[in-house]
Write a protein that binds this ligand. Structure first.
Ligand code: AQP
Length: 344
């Protein structure tokens, strides 16, 4: 396989209620990677319509994710910030990948099973095919690195499988068209740190999620300082004091979650957090957690609200980003068509 130049791609769905899990699992890493990589950050609006979403909400949410990216520290001048539906090559390559991916592969996706639940006959075909579109999002830029939360690990593995199968199935044509022995890189997930899977504040066995009916289950990026403090104070815990070592968090999912959140917000390890707070009860620890959560989230929320008052500016960012994204995606898609044997 040729050495593909390093390029980062990741996306966030505009499905409302952006939360601390999205921030720690993804957006915070997006910001850091800007220092070392060429990055594309995408508001994946075509993924958002795999479930019913009123058009006015979708429009608001697209602007809100864009605002969150910028407020968190993504620089849309240096890197590319855009929405997926403005770059038609995502959908074009997704169709090709629908024809490369196998039913059995998609049938194994746990996120589809979780989201479809008992209703699998009645959900959209798009929800089932979602991981093939995600593979296209990444590979239409031949991106090599993808920062995501733990919940996306299986989808990333599927993206690698699709890239590998395309490279194998069309090996002769890839070589004949001058692309050597592989056309797509096998993208690497970037999933590290103490908060790759932030859990609900109400139930340490459930992922913090936009769609949880309880607003107390998550810290929204748009929450003000009072809401953050109240939600952390009410967060579920257990009666024991905090342990002094990470091993002592086993079987204590709520304690583990809060320690992981604190560590991620402070840029520390869980070991160091427990060296400081081990033996203390939750009330003191929660007060410290409120301070660090407010210090991180309140400025982001305030800046998001300011940016949301100027939708024209946000749309300008997306339009400009889409033009730059298209300039990368179009030649890749043309090459894919040649490799497949389409006449153009
Ligand atoms: N709880 C989480 N902990 C760590 N990372 C998380 N991510 C999501 N939830 C957590 C990461 O955030 C990025 C964007 O996620 P998404 O919007 O594309 O989709 P999602 O994973 O479906 O997010 P939600 O919040 O859980 O939404 P619903 O409720 O609709 O299912 C991804 O990198 C994801 O890993």
């Amino acid at each position: 396989m040729p050495p593909f130049p390093e390029r980062v791609f990741s996306g966030v769905q505009p499905t409302g209620n952006l939360h601390l899990g999205n921030y720690l699992g993804a957006i915070k890493k997006f910001v850091a990677l800007q220092q070392t990589h060429e990055c594309l950050y995408c508001v994946v609006d075509m993924h958002a319509i795999t479930v019913p979403l009123p058009p006015a909400d979708l429009k608001h949410n697209i602007r809100e994710v864009t605002a969150a990216f910028i407020a968190a520290g993504i620089d849309p001048q240096k890197h590319i910030v855009f929405n997926q539906s403005q770059v038609a090559e995502h959908a074009e390559l997704a169709w090709v990948f629908n024809c490369v991916a196998r039913m059995g592969w998609l049938n194994r996706m746990t996120q589809f099973k979780d989201k479809a639940g008992k209703n699998s006959e009645n959900v959209s075909v798009g929800l089932f095919a979602y991981p093939a579109l995600m593979a296209a999002d990444i590979l239409v830029y031949r991106a090599t690195h993808v920062p995501v939360g733990e919940d996306q690990k299986q989808h990333l593995e599927l993206s690698r499988d699709i890239a590998q199968k395309f490279n194998n199935d069309f090996a002769a044509s890839i070589a004949a068209n001058g692309h050597g022995d592989a056309f797509f890189p096998l993208p690497e997930p970037l999933i590290q740190g103490p908060a790759t899977r932030v859990m609900s504040l109400r139930d340490g066995s459930k992922k913090m999620s936009k769609s949880d009916a309880s607003d107390y289950s998550r810290l929204n990026l748009s929450d003000d300082a009072d809401a953050i403090a109240q939600k952390i104070r009410k967060a579920k815990t257990d009666p024991e004091p905090l342990p002094s070592e990470v091993a002592g968090l086993a079987g204590r999912p709520e304690a583990d979650n809060l320690v992981g959140i604190y560590a991620a917000l402070k840029g520390e390890t869980k070991e160091r957090v427990l060296a400081q707070f081990g033996g203390q009860n939750f009330s003191g620890f929660k007060a410290a957690l409120v301070d660090v959560a407010v210090a991180t989230l309140d400025p982001i929320g305030t800046e998001m609200k300011r940016l949301m008052r100027d939708p024209g500016h946000l749309e300008g960012v997306l339009n400009q980003g889409a033009a730059r994204a298209r300039a990368i995606a179009a030649p890749v898609m043309s090459a894919v068509k040649d490799i497949l044997g389409f006449v153009r």
